[in-house]
Design a protein around this ligand. Structure first.
Ligand code: ADP
Ligand code: MG
Length: 706
């Protein structure tokens, strides 16, 4: 930083970098500007927040004998030999020696000019990845430069950043432009600072100007990996700010929502009590607690926006039904949406079973209803005869108009993204009143992560399973033991149990999976002639699918062969054995969901995860985690470690999957501080928020519009 002079004489007010278009930089004409815009870079500030992906070290010259294969390095020597070789492909091979050893530079593409220049005796510097070759080591198409005798090797005094680039927008140009942007920043280092001093001090954050310079141009002597480490001060500062921006965007969204109105419901005690009394079981303490939280929200005249997390089998559906009862007691309609037909149907069955005896009419709406049935369903929803409508996305098509929608319930949230969450919110708005919203998910994510990923939601956790559940015994077995496994099914079913057999495929091809399921069903029917084998997959006609599910549920079939369509929500308590084929191809969360289909009754349940061929290390550790625990939170924590948050949250789930520098695994420990800093900014530094969000998220994302 330039000291002294600047602080004595008042500097000219520099135009803010976010208001300086990139076209003001040297070398940016309309063509380059368009290419930059395609990368989301329109201003000088945008350029500064286009952060390096990694670094190259050209700060020192390595002796050839010190080169390591597999690593990139700068080296310098004299050309000893240059000749065209005719191997499998013609190439120009230049032998370079520096007195310690020799290496080859190999060019597959070269012209006459290069052949003439690359002649023995000339000095040359090369930067590239070192590879083993037949005669020793080589660099294939390194960056190279001929240097005059006596001239110094072209070392750099900074690590060389590598940016995400594009056609016609190469590294050299991006480096030249960031150099200019950094110069402008240097002249006025405070312009980019949006964090109040107190927050920076409390959380030990270096100044933004310093962080940007250090991350774009780490000084010589820095390990090229170092700026990628969690503790690196510049990286930490930028990661903190990025997480803060995402968190703030959601908090602002939430605040806007809180300013909106909703109908506050009466308590509906009488109806609620009748509902509870009619259940064949007692609610767990955790269910009671969550129901209390929901009822408190529903009593307020502003929209509830609550996420209920609960492990597979924790009993979320009945909690949703209770919320519906409260809404209905206040003469409001309820929409319950599920991500798949199968699940929607099952909810429809549960809701009817619970609600119709209380005189609450429940209707069903899905994309595959016949036109007459559909018209009837839509009419019932429009005139208010239908109190509770259960269905798929079809519920929110424009033709569907509710007479008085008061509560929207979305099940298995991880199938829906943040944007859909927003779109849903808008539906059902009437007379300035928004419906309450309840979201249910079986994806348990660590609490700190939830605070950031779901900062626009209140979170309730059902952290207890209903009593009498027995943990599922999980075994891992190679596919060669198939006949033993089939024998095990025979024994279990002879004793009155039921079993699932889940088929998967390498590619995510529904067609292939369905065929595999069909083949397996045929095989099992042959191998188990005394048993009744059912089949359900995504490509079956709906009526057949329903019939297969109903038959299994009513124990008219013993074995149900299925694709992963049964992953979500399917509930058949008498099923106590699950076989998963090719379990090594599935992720932890998905396996946990699948396994959650058993262990729902009082009987001891088991799950056999079959695998094919030798397991990779990652697959082995995944299966081992599942064998060792049935705790969804523990599994989620391990999943986060093994695969990262993008997978866990679903890539469309939140903008967090598109982080530029922060990493939710590495930066999990920052999240508490991020939340606190966000509260401080919301309380006292409003004006900083919009520019922070714009800087990191841009104006594009819906929830980025702070
Ligand atoms: P999930 O949380 O995975 O959606 P469900 O709502 O499908 O779980 O519940 C799983 C099963 O547990 C259902 O058969 C449901 O009726 C039953 N159940 C829910 N709550 C209780 C409880 N408190 N005691 C006993 N069984 C319960
Ligand atoms: Mg469920």
């Amino acid at each position: 930083m330039r000291a002294g002079a600047a602080s004595l004489t008042r500097p000219e007010p520099a135009p803010p970098l976010e208001a300086t278009p990139v076209t003001e930089l040297h070398g940016v004409g309309p063509g380059t500007a368009a290419k930059l815009a395609a990368l989301g870079i329109e201003t000088v500030l945008d350029l500064l927040f286009h952060l390096p992906l990694r670094y190259e070290d050209r700060t020192r010259v390595h002796a050839i004998e010190d080169l390591h294969t597999g690593r990139a390095a700068l080296t310098c020597g004299r050309i000893e030999d240059a000749r065209v070789r005719f191997g499998r492909r013609r190439s120009l091979v230049v032998t370079i020696g520096d007195g310690t050893a020799a290496m080859a530079m190999r060019l597959f593409h070269f012209n006459e000019n290069q052949r003439r220049q690359l002649r023995p005796g000339r000095r040359i510097a090369c930067y590239g990845e070192v590879r083993p070759s037949a005669g020793g080591i080589e660099m294939v198409h390194p960056e190279y430069r001929l240097i005059e005798d006596g001239a110094a090797a072209p070392t750099s005094d900074r690590l060389t950043p590598v940016y995400s680039a594009s056609m016609g927008l190469g590294q050299t140009l991006l480096r030249r432009l960031t150099d200019q942007a950094l110069d402008r920043l240097e002249r006025n280092p405070d312009v980019a600072e949006l964090l109040p001093e107190a927050i920076a001090v409390r959380h030990r954050l270096v100044a933004i100007g310093h962080a940007l310079r250090a991350i774009h141009r780490p000084p010589a002597g820095t390990d090229p990996e170092a700026p990628l480490h969690a503790e690196h001060p510049a990286r930490r500062r930028l990661a903190f700010e990025e997480l803060l921006a995402h968190h703030l965007a959601l908090r602002v969204l939430r605040r806007r929502l809180d300013a909106r109105q909703a109908a506050g419901f009466g308590r509906g005690d009488a109806l609620v009590q009748r509902f509870i009394d009619s259940l064949p079981f007692r609610l767990t303490a955790a269910q009671h607690r969550v129901v209390r939280e929901i009822r408190a929200d529903l009593a307020r005249p502003r929209p509830m926006h609550r996420l209920v997390q609960g492990d597979v089998g924790a009993g979320k559906t009945v909690v949703a039904a209770l919320a519906a009862v409260v809404a209905v007691a206040s003469r409001r309609q309820v929409a319950m949406m599920a991500p798949t037909e199968l699940l929607a149907e099952q909810h429809y069955a549960s809701f009817r079973g619970w609600l119709e005896p209380l005189g609450i009419p429940v209707a069903w709406l899905s994309g595959r209803l016949g036109s007459r049935e559909r018209a009837r369903a839509v009419a019932g929803i429009a005139d208010g005869r239908t109190a509770v409508a259960v269905g798929t996305h079809a519920l929110f098509q424009s033709q569907v108009a509710f007479a008085g929608l008061g509560l929207v319930i979305v099940d298995e949230q991880h199938r829906f993204g943040v944007e859909q969450r927003l779109a849903l919110r808008g539906k059902g708005e009437r007379g300035g009143l928004l419906p309450h919203q309840l979201i249910m998910t079986a994806t348990p994510i660590p609490r700190t992560l939830a605070m950031t990923a779901y900062a626009d939601l209140d979170v309730s956790v059902i952290d207890e399973l209903p009593p009498g559940r027995t943990p599922v015994d999980t075994a891992v077995a190679p596919s060669q033991r198939r006949s033993e496994i089939v024998a095990r099914i025979r024994r279990a079913c002879a004793g009155g149990e039921q079993a699932y057999w889940v088929c998967t495929t390498i590619e995510e091809s529904e067609a292939l999976a369905c065929r595999a399921a069909e083949d397996t069903a045929r095989e099992l029917a042959e191998a188990l002639p005394d048993l009744r084998v059912g089949l359900v997959h995504g490509r079956m006609p709906p009526a057949e699918k329903d019939a297969a599910m109903a038959a299994f549920k009513e124990a008219r079939t013993d074995v149900l062969v299925a694709t992963t369509v049964i992953e979500v929500g399917v509930d058949v308590p008498n099923a106590s054995l699950m076989i998963i084929e090719n379990a090594e191809r599935l992720g932890l969360a998905q396996l946990h969901q699948l396994r959650g289909r058993v262990g729902r009754g009082a009987r001891r349940s088991a799950c056999v995860m079959m695998y094919d061929g030798p397991l990779t290390g990652m697959a082995r550790s995944r299966l081992e985690v599942l064998r060792a625990t049935t705790d969804g939170f523990e599994i989620a924590r391990r999943d986060l470690e093994i695969r990262g948050p993008g997978e866990l949250l679903g890539t469309r789930q939140t903008g967090l999957a598109r982080l530029r520098i922060a990493d939710l695994v590495r930066d999990l420990p920052l999240l508490r501080d991020v939340e606190r800093a966000a509260s401080d900014l919301l309380a006292g530094h409003e004006s900083r928020i919009a520019p922070l969000v714009r800087r990191w998220i841009g104006a594009g994302a819906d929830y980025g519009r702070a």
